[in-house]
Design a protein around this ligand. Structure first.
Ligand SMILES: Cc1cc2nc3c(=O)[nH]c(=O)nc-3n(C[C@H](O)[C@H](O)[C@H](O)COP(=O)(O)OP(=O)(O)OC[C@H]3O[C@@H](n4cnc5c(N)ncnc54)[C@H](O)[C@@H]3O)c2cc1C
Length: 388
């Protein structure tokens, strides 16, 4: 029986199929690839061949014809299996959604089929060192030069550029009349002359790497621009709500994985006669609390995705932010409790949880930090004055 609070049968079947496939890779695969400096390409392409990466994209462009609720469920299941595919947040969710909603017919035909089957990976670059959380401050600029565009600027913390054939760059164009800068989106090939990257060493092991990008007189054809030159912010939000929903779902999957590991250990580990440590409330209650807060967080991203899929961008914005907040919190708290449940083993390389403890914190920082979400909710949901 389907109720308002249960997922439709097709999504449950989708989850089962993804869990099965992702389970054949699992945490060990991710750790092995990260240690060897390799990527998760095998898993990525197999997911693509099975139609899981493009499940949100329209069928006429090679996708599955579903929505963000489906894609986020796919990512949650990968993360629950211990193999979160970070680039799903970027390539099919942000870039795919923006191109489908704002691109021309020709642009959709050129890029969406590859995004859907995973053979084309597109990174996304908005963050700049001197702008940080304040994206209004970005200075990467695009100038029209005859039939071409010239891009100049820098980006930082951009994920997966070494795996991507192109990056969707958020730049600004100058309004011809007012001189005011407006956001505009460009597909930049990673082998374009004038485009270079420098890896940022991060404090945890993961197959996906982050990069600082340099755009030095990068020349692009006129149709590298996605959407309108002065289409303003809604084009960006066509991709940023999916980003937040996907971030939330990935964090919930990480929390499910960590909770699963902790519960398993709590049932087996015995240090007082025959009682497993899970018999002690000091261990059981934190795990039960994580379970409750995890289900709260999952409901939030499901609601955000349902609003987005129903075409309510405004409602989706509020819930996507709240879901991202709740997801980031539960991923951090669940990995912390999982480490603690494991005692000393929680901090060993063998058990792999210490690395996850650091990785989970990404959910509190990106794509929008916990504090910026609290600012948003205070202002937009509660009507309080702007504090910054
Ligand atoms: C692993 C990783 C992957 C990433 N991948 C990408 C990517 O693929 N593409 C991309 O474009 N970006 C990416 N990012 C960037 C990410 O979105 C930014 O790190 C994030 O938006 C925060 O910006 P910042 O790091 O400059 O922090 P800052 O803006 O410098 O903020 C620092 C701290 O100050 C707080 N703060 C700032 N302003 C306020 C305020 N007004 N009120 C209260 N507190 C405030 C913040 O919450 C934060 O805790 C990635 C980051 C990481 C770590």
């Amino acid at each position: 029986m389907t109720t308002m609070f249960a997922e439709p049968e097709e999504r449950v079947a989708l989850r089962d199929a993804v869990a099965k496939l992702a389970g054949t890779y699992g945490r060990e695969y991710v750790e092995r690839q990260a240690a060897a400096g390799d990527k998760m390409t095998d898993m990525w392409l197999e997911m693509g061949r099975n139609g899981f990466l493009g499940v949100n994209l329209p069928e006429e462009y090679g996708g599955g014809g579903g929505g963000m609720s489906d894609l986020a469920a796919v990512l949650e299941e990968c993360a629950t299996a211990g193999a979160p595919l970070l680039m799903m947040v970027v390539s099919p969710a942000i870039c795919g959604s923006i191109i489908v909603r704002c691109g021309t017919e020709e642009q959709k035909r050129r890029w969406v089929p590859g995004l859907a089957d995973g053979t084309l990976l597109m990174a996304f670059g908005i963050t700049e060192a001197d702008a940080g959380s304040n994206s209004h401050q970005i200075t990467t600029t695009a100038r029209r030069d005859g039939d071409e565009w010239t891009l100049n600027g820098q980006k930082t913390f951009i994920s997966g550029v070494d795996e991507a054939q192109s990056v969707l760059i958020v730049a600004r164009t100058e309004d011809e009349k007012t001189g005011k800068l407006r956001p505009a989106l460009f597909v930049v090939p990673t082998d374009a002359p004038g485009f270079s990257r420098s890896p940022i060493e991060m404090g945890w092991a993961a197959p996906e790497k982050q990069f600082t990008l340099f755009l030095d007189d990068v020349r692009l054809p006129h149709d590298a621009l996605i959407g309108e030159q002065d289409g303003d912010l809604w084009q960006l939000f066509a991709g940023l709500n999916p980003e937040r929903i996907m971030g939330a779902a990935m964090s919930c999957g990480i929390a499910r994985y960590a909770l699963g590991r902790a519960v398993e250990y709590a049932k087996e580990r015995k240090v007082w006669k025959d009682q497993p440590i899970g018999a002690h409330q000091g261990i059981a209650h934190p795990l039960a609390r994580i379970k409750i807060e995890l289900e709260q967080a999952r409901l939030l991203w499901q609601k955000a995705a349902a609003l987005y899929d129903a075409g309510d961008d405004f409602g989706a914005g509020e819930y996507a932010n709240m879901a991202k907040y709740a997801g980031g919190e539960i991923a951090c708290n669940a990995t912390d409790v999982a480490v603690h449940t494991h005692g000393g083993n929680g901090l060993t390389v063998e058990y792999g949880l210490a690395n996850m403890l650091v990785a989970a914190r990404l959910g509190r920082i990106a794509p929008v930090s916990r504090e910026m979400i609290l600012n948003f909710v205070a202002m937009h949901s509660l009507g309080l004055p702007k504090s910054y």
